[in-house]
Design a protein around this ligand. Structure first.
Ligand code: 5GP
Length: 203
């Protein structure tokens, strides 16, 4: 069986990445697996432990780091975020597509460790639109919004290290562009040449 692709998706927080991801996962079908990250951030209203994140204490997180249980991790605006390693290889070896939604520092760690991963950066149409989205979301005080904006600027500077950049002007456009990337990756010769081996044997 062909191993499932690993897609790593990053982009400044607050640009509607989650909505785009929900849409993509719907389009990818039931066999796609969205990795659930671990974080020391407190849950926002409506967020569920084990579904949106595994919410843990700093001590618990540091224990996971020590035991090498994380594929990557980073500190983002005062909190740890990391990807539990256990499910990823398992899902890929079952042929399932795996999607990670992580910030850039963590993504660069994955780049070093998993050579065949595919990296997609979701960019806001402008910094203004990002500021207004964060402000309207109303989940963070101004000084945290400012830190997120500063982090977003640094993240956008890293976009050139990704394989693809997708502008999130509308959810439909961004999802459509990402689905085109996913389809193109499926058609890569090294991924589907085995399907044609039979054809060649007949000749
Ligand atoms: P939020 O607090 O808005 O849910 O997430 C803040 C940032 O952390 C987002 O940019 C998100 O992509 C990133 N993030 C979420 N999970 C992980 C993870 O497992 N590892 C890393 N490195 N970043 C993550």
């Amino acid at each position: 069986m062909t191993k499932g692709n690993l897609f790593v998706i990053s982009g400044p927080s607050g640009i509607g990445k989650d909505t785009v991801l929900t849409e993509i996962l719907k389009l990818m079908g039931p066999e796609a697996f969205l990795s659930v990250s671990m974080t020391t951030r407190s849950p926002r209203e409506g967020e569920e432990n084990g579904k949106d994140y595994f919410f843990v204490t700093r001590e618990e997180f540091e224990e996971k780091i020590k035991n090498n249980e994380l594929l990557e991790y980073a500190e983002f605006v005062g909190n740890y975020y990391g990807t539990p390693i256990s499910e990823i290889e398992k899902q890929r070896s079952l042929g399932h597509e795996v999607v990670l939604e992580i910030e850039v520092e963590g993504a660069l760690q994955v780049r070093e460790k998993i050579k065949d991963a595919i990296f997609i950066f979701i960019a806001p149409p402008s910094m203004d639109s990002l500021y207004h989205r964060l402000k309207n979301r109303g989940t963070e005080p101004d000084h945290i919004i400012n830190q997120r904006i500063e982090k977003a600027k640094r993240e956008i500077h890293t976009a050139y290290k990704y394989d693809y950049i997708v502008v999130n002007d509308t959810v439909d456009n961004a999802s459509d562009r990402i689905m085109n990337i996913i389809r193109a990756e499926h058609a890569k010769t090294e991924r589907c040449i085995h399907k044609y081996k039979k054809l060649l044997e007949v000749e």
